[in-house]
Structures are given as C-alpha cells and as structure tokens.
Design a protein around this ligand. Sequence first.
Ligand code: PLP
Length: 370
Amino acid sequence: MEHLPEQYRQLFPTLQTHMMLASCSQSALAEPVSRAIQDYHDSLLHRGTNWKEAIEKTESARNEFTKLIGAEPDEVAIVPSVSDALVSVASALSVFRKKHVVYTEMDFPAVSHVWQAQCDYHVSVIPSIDGVIPLEQYETHISEETVLTCVPHVHYRDGYVQDIKAIAEISQRKGSLLFVDAYQSAGHIPIDVKEWGVDILAAGTRKYLLGIPGVAFLYVRKELADALKPKASAWFGRENGFDGAYAKDARRFQTGTPAFISVYAAAAALSLLNHIGVSHIRNHVKTICADACQYAAAKGLQLASAQGGVQPGMVAIRDERASETAELLKKKKVICAPRDEVIRLAPHFYNTKEEMRHAIDEIAAKMIDK
Ligand SMILES: Cc1ncc(COP(=O)(O)O)c(C=O)c1O
C-alpha cells in the first residue's frame, strides 16, 4: 500500500517542504494540473483564441468525471460549484407536485441554505445520533410526499461514510429522488451511481479531485434529466447554444461559460486520478487513517468520528482551539484543516503513515502545552 506515495510524490512539489493533509479542503497541486493551468494561460497569451480548445477540454473533464462515478457523458453537467448544482436541481422540481424535501444534519451548511431559500418547499432534517445516521432514520423521515432526499456521502466534519446504496433503496421505495453530495468522497472513495441507484450527484474539484475552485460536476440520471426543466439553465444548457430548446441530457443544468482555467485543471487532475484508480487510493487512505486513529488514541487524543463503522478517509481530532492549532502546525509546515472544534487530517494517495503520525505528534504536543 505504501507504494502509492513512493510512485507519485514527485508530482507534487509542495510535498518537498510541506505535509499536505487537508484534502477535505484543498489538495496539493500536481505538476500535470499546474501545467494544464499554465496551458490555459498560455493559450490566451500566445495563441490568441482558445474557444474550441477550451470546449474540447470541457468535454474531456466531463468524460473523466463520468469514468470516476460510472456514468455516461450525457449524464453530467459542468457547473460552478456544488451549491450551484443544488440550486439548479431545486429549480427543476416543480414538475412534481410533491413539496417535501429531506436533508440531514450531516449535510454541508450550503444544503440547508439552498433549501431555506426555497419558500415553496417544506423541509425535514434527519438528525445524527452519536455521530451516525442509522438507516431507520431514513425510513422514518422519507415519506411518499418527499420529492427529494439530500444526503452527503461523507460527513465533512468527521469523515463518516454513509451506505448510499442502502439509502437509495429506501428513498426509491418511498418514491423520493436521491441527491448525493459527493464532494467529500469523490477522488478517494469509489462511486458507482448505477450500481447504487443514485438519481443525482454532485462534486466539486478542489478537494480530493486535485483541482482548483470554479468547477463542479452534476450527475443526473439520463431518464430523469430529460424529464426535468431547470429554471436555473441558460445557453450552455441549450441544445445548440443560441437555440431555445433544452439540451436533451444533463447539460440542461448548465448555465453560462464555465471557468475554463478550472476546467483545464480538472481535466488533468481527473485523468491522473483515473490513471491511478480510486480503489487503490481508497485502500491506501483507509490504511493510513486506521493507523493514525490508533496512534492518536494511544496519545490520548479524542477522536471526533464514531468508531466501529466503515473506516473514514480522514482523522478528526477534537480540539477546542482547532483554528489556533492549525495555525501553529502551519508554521511548522504541516497543513491540516480545522472545522469548528475539530482538526481534520485528510490524507490522499501521496501521503504517508509517517506524515500522519508526525501531525498527530504535533497536535498532542500542542494539547499538552495548553
Ligand atoms: C460536503 C460539501 N458539500 C458542499 C460544499 C460546498 O461546495 P461549493 O463551495 O462548491 O458550493 C462543501 C465545501 O466545503 C462540502 O464540504
């Protein structure tokens, strides 16, 4: 399992000086991604027009993402962010008569912000119980009146991994569509939208997908996309640019010109991830996180994630002064991600067990100093 970092670390110049353990927020920049960003810049600086090339890159990014989640290219829209993806989805549900939406306490706050702004819908929030959401909660809260159930694949605060296939079965049985926020899983946990029965899924590119902000992907199951008429849709969502008809597929969820510089980055980043294989990445990340959890517990640190379920791909450590600790670690060139009262160590395929242990040593030392 240790061979992944050995094979790929040289692609990430930052790793020569920093321990990059914040993939749940922003991953390290790989050289091929950096070159793609430079290429976009150079196309403007030296080659004049680049529209055709940029459109080709957009298709290439789309294709790479479809490979990553087991979808077809016409089932994926390119949108600016996960929040925008959900706004587009919310704008498309009026074709259904049902007005009840469910989301969970583990969803990223943007999900609740989007639904709070939709006055036409009433919402139920599924609580988490001791750091998990038992499937019975979905049985209880999703009803025949539910038009859409929103769930995160992975909890952004502690890495808790949900069984999406089991949730999809419940949601489908009750007649609700399922929206999966895969921003915290795409790139390090394998996803299969067909096998799991997912209707809609979104993920942005700056976390485990090795990209930069500006682009997200929205998967909408083919038959479903054709039935929906998003109000948040514009010329990139049309059959033929200036033509008024909706695109026949998930592209109808697109609005304006994508952030091409981020598209170039995404195409290169996703190609690298697909080349390595997400199941290999999952095995590696899982192994070093399991080791780090044991190591942190042995040091007396308190883990924020529920123990005993599926191994999370991050190690979340309780710390009342998480931001202060993260700043201190940053001075020592250890980059981690604080969130509320938790420090998240979120490794990727380029990180080692030793880096995780080193970060934990630093956190433990800081705690003792308090
Ligand atoms: C799980 C999850 N969903 C959504 C978001 C928000 O994504 P965006 O800024 O692309 O809307 C984040 C951002 O950190 C996240 O972690």
